[in-house]
Design a protein around this ligand. Structure first.
Ligand SMILES: [Zn+2]
Length: 272
């Protein structure tokens, strides 16, 4: 009888744990190289950031791109080609809505052929503003970034092939319901106001140097933001992005900073 009671209690406990795990859910984060990430929320929504899936650093690019059949939102930090990437194709295929500043949203429709039907006022905002999306599954705040903001015009655009103004570049502070608070820096230098971004669970930080912070300044950015987990990005796609995760990690270690998570292209980490 006693054994039976213990067994029942154990099964009840396991059931309770399973139900709680389901209720709490988990958030999965996949890196594709350069600055491209996929976030799948506990509620099953899919977000892409700067989706250059077929970048030269990703040996599985075409396969990964084909596997993206359900995407709810595409967040774009700025208009450079290594961030715009495959966004138009993905939006046409999946109906993914574009989340970005008003200037870049307009430029994306006019000059990159982003489907206008997948854009709109409720998807846009500017620095300091926070927008709630997907029925509260995520909120997105636009964070400044110190970088450029032009966009190269796609074939078939209404303008001759050239560069157009595409607003100021940004980073994103993303709050996932029942999930992590994520700071994607975009392409940027270190700036002191990173200290004011807020509580950060996961920081996606550019380390490649030349066009953004290199390892040294990126490590200082991590010291400033104090995230629980740090994922390096924007390195190694070409030789000129010469900052390496090894250099970055060794600098972090000197400051006794833990939590660097190195993701290879196509690799996923689960945040519980
Ligand atoms: Zn870039």
């Amino acid at each position: 009888m006693k054994k039976y009671a213990v067994a029942v209690a154990t099964s009840m406990l396991l059931l309770f744990m399973a139900v709680s795990a389901f209720a709490a859910g988990s958030t999965s984060i996949t890196y594709y190289g350069q600055s491209a990430f996929k976030i799948v929320t506990p509620g099953g929504k899919t977000l892409l950031i700067d989706p250059w899936i077929t970048n030269p650093g990703n040996p599985n690019g075409e396969k990964d791109l084909a596997a993206l059949t359900k995407v709810d939102l595409i967040l774009l930090t700025h208009g450079h080609g290594d961030h715009v990437g495959n966004m138009v194709l993905i939006s046409k295929k999946t109906g993914a809505k574009l989340v970005t500043t008003p200037e870049l949203m307009k430029a994306a429709v006019l000059h990159s052929n982003y489907p206008e039907v997948n854009t709109g006022n409720h998807l846009t905002g500017a620095f300091g503003g926070e927008i709630t999306l997907l029925e509260g599954e995520v909120t997105v705040r636009f964070v400044p970034a110190v970088h450029g903001g032009s966009m190269e015009i796609a074939e078939g655009s209404i303008m001759p092939r050239n560069l157009v103004y595409a607003g100021l570049p940004s980073g994103f502070y993303i709050t996932v319901k029942n999930g992590p608070k994520i700071y994607h820096t975009g392409d940027t230098d270190l700036f002191g106001d990173m200290a004011l971004v807020g509580e950060v669970d996961i920081m996606m930080v550019c380390i490649g140097d030349k066009f953004t912070m290199g390892p040294q300044r990126a490590a200082q950015a991590v010291r400033t933001v104090k995230p629980r987990m740090t994922i390096p990005m924007h390195y190694g796609t070409w030789e000129i992005l010469s900052g390496t995760p090894e250099q970055f990690e060794s600098i972090l270690k000197k400051s006794a900073i833990k939590g660097m998570k190195l993701l290879k292209p196509s690799e996923t980490v689960v945040w519980k």
